[in-house]
Design a protein around this ligand. Structure first.
Ligand code: ZN
Length: 421
């Protein structure tokens, strides 16, 4: 039988796919999707057993990321597992079903109109968990990504307090460029990248202190060097970037990470890299006001007015995805109908979702299943799910990630409850 990373019995049998749907009535449990990174150092906040952060071959690096509701695979070097990065639904009869095949089988009943628009589940989220900050880099906008056959990549950050028992080495994120920066100054720093050592490109940028319980919006075309917090990161389902800082994690960054998504005929051309920069947004003097995303309670949550639960937008400025944080008080429950399909992950507490066990991880071994991650299909979301907090003492906290065009978000924006966002 086929294996996917540590999981046995990968099956694409129609009977298994149907069983996954039927068993959860549109609420399917996903296995944890661990992704290693050769160029990073794990900060060990992903709740794996401390001995299990280096479970793979010696040169694959440690587990730095966990991907959530992912219908795509990681591009992660020649030794990448064929299923790496892809979510797997847990078959109640044993084994796992690839999430992309589940979606392709049920189409609109799984993901609603996203199937007609994208022919796939178009976003995923992840936890990234690095001890050091990531190097200053940029993701292409659509027009530049199209030259290498990819879509552009916006992303967003939220820092779950429950997963940040320490902030890593550098709890500050560099975003954008000083308003005075010239194109030539950026070229000079990129020439420094090719010479090696530290090209100190963040001298041209500003760092912002990041705070657990808040987040940021990062459209494609904005230079950024993410802080070393454990970060929940909804993003478009693709992997396109150019690294522009030559020094990271206490060592040099390889040239291939600068040129990875540059078309063949532009390799070596630093002007192409500078063209990736959305200049106006990078030098925006009101960058903080336009990109910082403190949580905002949803209109529905406010209207409900009770103390049993609260739901807040945590990612709400992008057209490509959005996310909410649902908090249910000890002993409380929430019955919530969403208008769109979504993935969810519990970051704190314990309870039930439509009668299935739902529990944040305290500690698991690499290869064990968990009960903290689910995907709710479009039909399941419309019917509504009931989440109960069974703890007498602890909040149950769930993060929910949605695709483009969330109808509730559009309504909240239209009725003004999101302020200027
Ligand atoms: Zn990025």
């Amino acid at each position: 039988m086929t294996k996917a990373g540590p999981y046995e019995n990968v099956t694409s049998a129609e009977a298994a796919i149907e069983r996954v749907m039927d068993a959860g009535q549109g609420v399917l449990r996903l296995a944890p999707t661990w992704v290693p990174r050769a160029f990073c150092t794990p900060a060990k906040r992903l709740r794996l057993h401390p001995h299990d952060y280096f479970p793979l071959a010696k040169d694959r690096g440690g587990i730095d990321e966990r991907w959530l509701a992912s219908a795509i695979r990681a591009e992660n070097g020649p030794l990448t597992d064929p299923f790496e990065g892809l979510s797997l639904a847990v078959d109640p009869d044993g084994g796992v079903v690839p999430f992309d095949e589940f979606i392709a089988h049920f189409r609109t009943s799984a993901i609603g109109s996203h199937w007609d628009t994208h022919g796939a589940w178009p976003m995923y989220s992840k936890f990234f968990d690095n001890q050091a900050p990531l190097p200053f880099h940029i993701h292409h906008r659509d027009e530049h990504a199209a030259l290498v056959g990819k879509p552009g990549k916006p992303e967003a950050y939220y820092f779950p307090p429950q997963m940040n028992n320490h902030p890593g080495e550098f709890p500050y994120t560099f975003f954008g460029l000083h308003p005075e920066t010239t194109r030539q100054q950026v070229i000079d720093k990129l020439e420094g990248f090719l010479r090696g050592g530290d090209n100190r490109i963040t001298e041209l940028s500003k760092a912002y202190r990041v705070t657990p319980g808040t987040g940021w919006d990062v459209p494609a075309g904005i230079l950024h060097a993410p802080a070393s917090l454990c970060t929940y990161e909804p993003q478009a389902a693709c992997d396109v970037f150019a690294m522009t800082e030559s020094w990271s994690n206490h060592k040099e960054v390889a040239d291939e990470l600068l040129w990875k998504d540059v078309p063949e005929d532009r390799h070596g051309d630093l002007e192409f890299i500078v063209d990736l920069v959305d200049w106006e947004r990078n030098v925006d003097p009101e960058f903080w006001s336009h990109r910082f995303t403190p949580p905002v309670e949803t209109a529905a949550s406010r209207a409900q007015g009770g103390t049993a639960y609260a739901e807040r937008w945590i990612t709400y400025r992008s057209d490509a995805f959005s996310a909410k944080e649902l908090t249910i008080a000890p002993g409380g429950s929430a019955q919530i109908a969403d208008r769109d399909a979504y993935g969810l992950v519990a970051v704190g507490g314990i309870g039930e979702i439509n009668g299935q066990h739902l529990a944040s991880i305290s500690s698991i071994r690499y290869g064990q299943f968990s009960s903290d991650e689910y995907f709710v299909t479009a039909d399941g979301a419309n019917r509504g799910v009931t989440i109960r907090n069974t703890s007498p003492t602890e909040d149950l906290v769930v993060l929910k990630h949605f695709g483009p065009g969330n109808a509730e978000l559009a309504a909240d924006r239209a009725n003004g409850t999101l302020g200027q966002a």
